[in-house]
Design a protein around this ligand. Structure first.
Ligand code: SAM
Length: 275
């Protein structure tokens, strides 16, 4: 079983996850102390073995041995879903290759949690996880993502969040929107949306804003609207004052023959200016 566990609030665990953790022969945990605390909170007593990034291959052999002996094993990481910017992939791939059934037990994931509250309307998102720690590499990786027409989701550590946000602004453009989701499900949870150009200042204003765990959700780039005609701009502006923006963009596109996406983006930028 690949079992998702809370990303902060210990009550964010599914009934099925609790059943599985209480019922298996062994739990393979990234940090046995962290998992012990979770189990204690739910009055579960279990046998734990460690499986973390430094022993994953050796621990995998141990798990395969247990599975071959007919034992059931649950794999958990410190927080959230195992295998997502967390160890687990090697053990899971080996277990499946050896013909054992691998059962996912879904639950919390910081990226999905942040996306759910960011309010981006994007149809597509790209989960990138952690960017490289070194600035040069980080900027090169961002260059590759710059023109993708999708929301980008990053994980970042508190001691690097300011430089990361500055690089996001430098490479992706200061006008793109970002949602900074900090300490999700915890006491000091904070979810703030602003432009990338404003994000560094927002973080600098208060040391508390730079503490804890971060997910950075960067909105899609705005389609180029500079080649819209004046008639198109005017049409979407007038229609959007009476109709939802999506419908206004559709009608303006039908009237002027211009791109619905560009008209929508223009309407959106007008709305943001009004706000
Ligand atoms: N497996 C986890 C998941 O499913 O989300 C991610 C593990 S990764 C090693 C840890 C990173 O996830 C943190 O550095 C942070 O970027 C993000 N993260 C985890 N918990 C979080 C939380 N409560 N609030 C914000 N970000 C969080």
């Amino acid at each position: 079983y690949v079992v998702a566990t809370p990303i902060g609030n210990l009550r964010d665990i599914t009934l099925r996850a609790l059943d599985v953790l209480a019922g298996v022969d062994v739990i393979a945990a990234e940090d046995t102390r962290t998992t012990r605390r979770l189990l204690e909170a739910h009055a579960i007593h279990a046998r734990l073995v460690a499986l973390h990034e430094h022993n994953e291959r050796a621990a995998t052999e141990k798990i395969l041995f247990l599975l071959a002996a007919g034992k059931s094993v649950a794999l958990v990481s410190d927080a959230g879903t195992p295998g997502i910017s967390d160890p687990g992939a090697i053990a899971i791939a080996r277990a499946r290759k050896e013909g054992f059934r691998v059962v996912p037990i879904p639950g919390p994931n910081a990226a999905i949690c942040a996306l759910s509250a960011a309010g981006t309307s994007a149809l597509r998102f790209l989960f990138h996880g952690f960017l490289p720690a070194k600035a040069g590499q980080r900027r090169r990786e961002l260059e590759e993502l710059k023109n993708l027409s999708s929301v980008l989701v990053f994980y970042e550590a508190p001691h690097r969040v300011v430089e990361c946000v500055e690089d996001l602004a430098a490479v992706l453009g200061a006008r793109r929107m970002i949602t900074i989701a900090r300490e999700i499900t915890k006491l000091f949870e904070e979810i703030h949306t602003c432009t990338l150009g404003e994000a560094g200042k927002w973080l600098a204003e208060d040391a508390n804003r730079r503490r804890g765990e971060f997910v950075l959700v960067v909105a899609e780039p705005e389609p180029v609207v500079s080649n819209l005609s004046d008639a198109g701009r005017r049409a979407v502006q007038v229609l959007a004052s009476e109709l939802p923006l999506k419908r206004a963009a559709e009608l303006a596109a039908a009237l002027t023959g211009e791109s619905k996406k560009a008209l929508y983006a223009h309407g959106l930028s007008l709305k943001r200016k009004e706000d």
